[in-house]
Design a protein around this ligand. Structure first.
Ligand code: GRG
Length: 284
């Protein structure tokens, strides 16, 4: 845990440097508020753990790790907006639009997305061979990834969707960024083709497990423990993994996906156990 705290501090220190702008202050305050209110930094940690596990250093990977976190944060700001999930609390604090107003929240999200790509393109100036890492993140966060998942999720509200549609939503809305974190760690760490396909599978499994865990927590944790209203999916009339398969099956499937990811990680014979340790966040 001490080791994990140090890693999160390293990511936070780098994010602070990228988010050092201050004009206009209202915009940068809203951006910093959303980035620095208690995120677990799971995606950047996965990216860095993969890269260092393959023997590469943290510094080359840090701009990409921070960019994934900026994109994740923008997606949360926009997801909380009245036009999407209409949430007033996140991580135990008022959501960005509640604190800064809807217009500033939209702009803060837009600005974080742009800052992510500015950060990655600056990194690619020094290492043009890392352009593939930026392409991977663009694809995973865009209309063939996270935004596609969010679109189908929004279109499915108040509808009884089937297993196939729910699988599509989870694979794209949630798992795509986790998968990209592992893939980018692999690209920057110089993984072989077979290691890279293994990393994609690990990222996809962890991402799906994470969403099932989130669905389980929605019905088992209190509002205080969640940092946002409990039972929100049920209240919003959304089909979840738990409502479709039942709690027992969801527990089994979440742990099976994490177990599969652990097995694949062990087969990779990485140079440290950081990636394996991170899988603890994906079990129930
Ligand atoms: C608005 C384009 C767009 C996409 C939104 C991320 C997302 C897509 C929606 C969030 C809805 C949700 C609760 C998804 C479940 C998985 C998830 C992303 C949970 C939050 O991730 P954590 O726990 O967040 O890693 P922290 O707070 O640790 O940063």
């Amino acid at each position: 845990m001490e080791n994990n705290k140090k890693k999160v501090e390293g990511i936070d220190a780098a994010l602070k440097e990228y988010l050092a702008g201050d004009t206009p202050p209202e915009l940068w305050d809203a951006m910093r508020y959303s980035v620095f209110t208690g995120g677990k930094r799971l995606r950047p940690q996965l990216l860095l753990a993969t890269c260092t596990g393959l023997g590469s250093d943290v510094n080359t990977a840090m701009p990409f790790a921070c960019s994934i976190e900026m994109i994740h944060t923008y997606s949360l700001i926009h997801d909380d907006l009245p036009a999407m999930d209409n949430d007033e609390m996140r991580r135990g604090n008022p959501t960005c639009h509640i604190k800064y107003g809807e217009a500033m929240a939209i702009l803060a999200g837009d600005a974080l997305l742009n800052l992510a790509f500015e950060t990655m393109s600056n990194a690619c100036k020094e290492h043009p061979e890392h352009i593939e890492a930026m392409t991977t993140i663009s694809r995973a966060s865009g209309a063939n990834g996270m935004i596609a998942g969010q679109t189908v999720d929004i279109l499915s509200e108040n509808k009884s969707i089937d297993e196939c549609a729910l699988c599509y939503i989870h694979a794209n809305k949630t798992a795509a960024l986790f998968k990209a974190s592992l893939e980018v760690g692999g690209i920057l760490g110089g993984a072989s083709d077979s290691q890279r396909s293994c990393l994609s599978e690990i990222g996809d499994s962890l991402g799906r497990a994470f969403q099932i865990r989130d669905d389980l927590q929605d019905i088992t944790l209190s509002t205080e423990e969640m940092g946002k209203p409990a039972m929100s999916d049920i209240k919003n009339n959304k089909v979840t993994y738990v409502s479709l398969y039942g709690r027992e099956q969801a527990l089994v499937d979440c742990n099976a996906l994490t177990g599969k990811a652990r097995e694949l990680i062990q087969n990779l014979q990485l140079k440290n156990t950081d990636l394996l340790s991170l899988t603890e966040f994906f079990c129930v």
